[in-house]
Design a protein around this ligand. Structure first.
Ligand SMILES: Cc1ncc(COP(=O)(O)O)c(C=O)c1O
Length: 370
């Protein structure tokens, strides 16, 4: 689908951009453009355009605001060491957005539309990505029900938006080991529910448990399965990996996709990348008891979380109702570092992209002097 380009007449100068990106805290330094596409029952996808980033005017009865018919994605564009820009696995994010939309009875944005939007925005705003390897461009596709109605039925009009902001890792520049707290009070999702979809409501429901964990000095919440409260599922908005053994004997385990977990694109990448580095990786259920026992006995040597925003984040310490324990010596482990370097090496174009994960995007022509 063709995206009509209507960029700002006078883009910000490099020094104005630098001023706008003095803080790269997650979700704050937005670029100058967005892509907007409408969908209606009569016209399907239409009015696809790239235009200046600006506030929306919404009717108070915009149904997506009331009943939560809203799904989103999160993916990143990186500047390589040669200066070119590539987006990490946009096709996988497009497919996940389609699956999320299907679960919430929304029209599924075609993969070509999703990719055309990513290409248009990253081409236009890629000068916002500095050379600093710690900084990347986070792309946020959003699809919400935009019909003016409060009827409780699938809406008949939707809006797809793609915006972008400049950011460091979710936990700041250095991926320091995080302290995590297992919640035995709250659940993120249930099998048969919407946990496998990236829908807005899942994130609203996680805010209170997250705030309570932070009040007690932890960084993130570990979600257990909602039935037995025994099996480890995810960490906040990230997937979890467990490392057994070390050196040549190291192997990885991550919980299987039970329906209530989000199928992370980073998780999927690591399940392929790790074996290529000589670290076998399997999807196996992990109980809280096994986590604790494995750390106490020394078999379980490292744990890390992964996601687009958080990249690879080591877990140093776990708090639960039955006490607190340290993983390894509480610092970033060797396997975690190796995987993180390998993934980042591909994203930065420093290592061969054996699975064709990076989608190169050339810059759009810019007016002189910008
Ligand atoms: C609940 C949840 N789990 C896991 C992930 C990691 O997914 P990805 O690697 O695709 O960013 C995310 C982030 O999108 C998430 O929100």
């Amino acid at each position: 689908m063709h995206i009509v380009s209507k960029p700002v007449a006078r883009p910000l100068t490099p020094s104005q951009r630098a001023e706008r990106t003095t803080s790269t805290a997650f979700g704050s330094a937005f670029t100058e453009h967005l892509v907007s596409v409408r969908w209606s029952e009569e016209r399907g996808w239409h009015e696809a355009e790239l235009r200046p980033y600006e506030p929306l005017v919404l009717d108070p009865a915009t149904v997506g605001l009331h009943y939560g018919q809203a799904v989103f994605e999160g993916l990143k564009a990186f500047r390589s060491h040669t200066g070119s820009v590539g987006v990490f696995r946009p096709d996988a994010h497009a497919r996940r957005m389609r699956a999320s939309a299907r679960r919430l009875m929304m029209p599924e944005p075609p993969e070509e539309l999703f990719l055309a939007a990513v290409d248009a925005l990253v081409a236009q705003d890629q000068q916002w990505i500095p050379d600093d390897p710690a900084i990347s461009l986070y792309l946020r596709p959003l699809l919400f029900a935009s019909e003016r109605t409060l009827a409780l039925r699938p809406a008949r009009e939707y809006r797809f938006l793609l915006m972008a902001f400049v950011t460091e890792g979710y936990f700041g520049p250095a991926q320091r080991p995080v302290r995590v707290q297992v919640t035995e009070t709250y659940s993120r999702a249930a099998a048969g529910g919407t946990g496998g979809a990236k829908c807005a409501g899942n994130y609203a429901g996680s805010l209170l448990p997250q705030a309570e964990a932070q009040e007690q000095g932890f960084d993130q919440v570990v979600w257990l399965d909602p039935v037995e409260r025994r099996w480890v599922e995810e960490l906040g908005g990230m997937n979890l990996f467990f490392v057994y053994g070390s050196g040549r004997d190291a192997r990885l385990v991550t919980p299987p996709l039970s329906g209530s977990l989000l199928a992370g694109v980073t998780r999927d990448a690591l399940l392929r990348l790790a074996p290529a580095l000589g670290v076998p990786a399997a999807e196996e259920p992990m109980s809280l008891e096994e986590w604790r026992r494995g750390c106490a006995g020394g078999e379980l040597t490292e744990v890390f979380a992964c996601g687009t925003a958080a990249r690879i984040t080591p877990v140093g310490e776990v708090g639960s109702a039955d006490g607190t324990w340290t993983i390894g010596d509480g610092t970033t482990g060797e396997v975690t570092t190796r995987l993180s370097d390998a993934l980042f090496g591909i994203q930065r174009g420093e290592l061969p992209d054996r699975w064709s994960w990076m989608r190169p995007v050339a810059p759009a022509p810019q007016p002189a002097g910008t």
